[in-house]
Design a protein. Sequence first.
Length: 155
Amino acid sequence: MEEIKETQVITQSRLTERSRAQKHTSVIVLALLTMFFLASIFYRASDVGPDGQYFTICAFKNIVGLPCPGCGLAHSFCALGKGRLVEAFRFNLLGPVVYFLFILIWLRSLSVLSGWRRPVMWMDRAASRLKLIPVFVVMFAVLGLGRILYLLLAR
């Protein structure tokens, strides 16, 4: 009987530690994504020239002259923050998708901190079933290679 109580106490303390760690992580994620959303609303990305070129810090694009899969994401996020969806897709096709995923992650963090277990469990199950991370990596790779091939063939 005493062993059962000890096991329950140990299990409860592990759950409490995990819950504390999850809340700590959620605070950090919530703060970072809130700053990200505010930046996308208030920051004005560099202007796009008549030839479609714009200032970029992307080392790959600056050296090779071709866009990497992430090129245009910051411009896309800034366009989304200002409600310009079509422009956001022009900068990077995956920009709106990434922005939407960030919104879901922000909502999940808010749910963890608010103690709403049901939305957290639903989002965790959906992410697990959809295998979001591998799918996302493949989408970025396909988009990046597709853009590079298109630009090379169009020359």
